[in-house]
Design a protein around this ligand. Sequence first.
Ligand code: ARG
Length: 582
Amino acid sequence: MANCLDSVVFLVLLSALMPAILSSPRPFNSVDRTEDAPRVNGSMESSHRPSSRPGVKSAGGCGYNEWACASGDECIPWRWQCDTFNDCADASDENMCFECDTGSRKKRQSKNSQRRPPGTKKNLVPWNWICDGIRDCVDGRDELNCDCGQGLFSCLGANGVICVANSWKCDHILDCKDYKDESIAECGSIESRCWEGALVCAHGQFCVWQEWHCDGSNDCGDGSDEINCAKSENQNSNIVMAAWNPTSPAPTTTTTAATTTTTTPVPVGVWGSWTDWSACSEFCDGEKTRTRICLTVQLCEGPTSETTNCGDPPPCYTEPMTGCGARQVNAYVGSHRIIGGSPAVTGAWPWLVQLKKENTNTPYCGAVLIDNLWVATAAHCIVGMGFHLYPDMLKLMVGKHYLTENSYDPHEQARKASSIIIHSGYNQYTVNNDIALVKMDQPVEYAEGGINLICLPESGEEFSEHSICYTAGWGLTEEKVQSHVVQEVKLPLVPHDTCNQPQSYNSYVTDKMLCAGKMAGGVDTCQGDSGGPLVCEKADGRWYLVGITSWGRGCGEANYPGVYTKVSMYMDWIRQKMDQYK
Ligand code: ARG
C-alpha cells in the first residue's frame, strides 16, 4: 500500500540526492556528468547526466550513479569511465573512449582525486556520449558531424564521428568503431539475429560468419574472430563466447591393423536460450514460432526452431498506430517480453503516468492516461492510514521511461493536479472500490512514440482468460529496489474462482476486483506499481484498461496473484465524474 512505501521512497530519494550534496560546482562550459541531482523544473538545458542512458549497457544490478563493466560482474562509479584508470577488471571502462582535441571534459571532483592521482589524459569521454546532444568536450568535438541528414546516421569512425548509410545497419559487417551499426540496442539480441554456427564476437554485440574466423581481418572489431587460429582440425575455437562448453569430448584415436584413423565423437554443442515466441502469424492461422541458435562451433542436437498453435481464439492482431491504446513504437523488437519482468522498450506503454509527491524525485504510485486531462489511479494512492493527498501535493509525470526526472525522456511532461476524485465507496480495510480520478491542471499533448491515451472497456465487459495482458511500472523489483527504467511483465488473467479458492484469497476478491498473474507465482506487480494499469489487447489490436494495480499478498508469491480494480465495473462512474468535473 502507498503508506508502506514512504520509507522506501525516502531512502531512494536520499541516495539520489547524496552525490549532489557532496559534489563541487561544475566548471564553466562543460556539462556536469558527475551528479544525478534533480534538474530544475524539468528543463532540458539544466539537465544533469542520467546515471543510465540509452545505449549504455543497462546497469543490471548496479546502483544509482554506477556503471556496469562489460563483464556484468562489477559496478564502478559512473564518472570513472575514460579517466585513464582501469577500474573494471576487464578494462571496459577505458576501452571505448573518445578524445577531445583540446581542453578537457569536466574535472574530477575533489573527493575522487584524493583516492588516486589524476589521470594523464583528461580529455577522454566515453564513446556513447558522442552525438547525444550534450556537449562534453570543451571544443565541442563530441557533438560535431552528428546531424548526418536523411538516410544516414552518425557513429564513431577511426578518426572521429562519421556518417554511415542506414542501410548498413545490422548487416553483420562492422562499420562503426563503437559498434553502433551492429549493436544489440540497434539490431536486437544475439539470439534473435544470429544463426547456428555463427561466431558470436567476444563483445557480445553481434556475430559473424564461421568462415571469417582467422581470415586475417578483424571483423568483430575487438579481434575476437582472429584468435585461436592454430590450425588443428579438432581444436576448439574459443571465440564462441556466451556458453562455451569447455568439457566437450576430446577426439579419440582408433588404431586398426592397417591404418590409424582419427575419429571425432559426435560433438554436443550448447544451445542459446529460446527467443520469445513470435507474435501469431500474420494471417491469423494462430501459429507462433520461436528459435534458438547453437552457441558453439560443435553441432547442437535438436531443432533450431519450434512452431505451435497460439490458442483459442488466436491472438493475431495488427496493432494500429493511431487512436487510443496504440503503442506507436515497435515494442516487439528483440526479446523484451520475458516472463518475470524486464525493462520495457522506450515508449511501449505511452499511457503510463508517474504520481509523485511534491518535491520528490521518484514516483510512489502509477496512474494511467484515460483522456488528455484525466488519469485514473488507485484510491489508496491518494488516501490511507494517516495521509490524504490534496491536489497541490501531487505531481504527475507523463511520457516517462526513466524513474527519475534527472534523466533524459524526450517526451516528458509534468503536470499538477487540479482535482482529485476518490470513489466514495472506497474502503481501505476491504480495499473495495480502489479507484480515483485525477484531473490535471493542463491537458497533456500526445506525442507519437511517447504519450498516448489508453482505450477504456465497455461497461461490464469481461476479458477472456486467453487475453494478452501486460502491466508496467517503476515499483519494486525482485531485488527490492525501484528500477531505473520502467519494467513490464506479461500477466495472464486468473479466473475469479481460482483466485478465491481457500488456499488463495479465500473469497476476499470481490466481483469488482480481478486477479492477474500465475498461481505458481513469479510474475506480479509490487509496491510502487499501485495505481498503474493492467492492459489487455483486443482483436482490434488496441490495448484496453482492464485493471488498476491495487493489492496482493507479498509480491509474486505462489497462490497469491496480484489483485486489480476491475475497471469495466466503474465505467459509468468514470464517465459521470469526468462529465461532472469538466
Ligand atoms: N499496494 C501496492 C502499492 O501500494 C501494490 C501491490 C500490488 N501487489 C501485488 N502483489 N500485486 O504499490
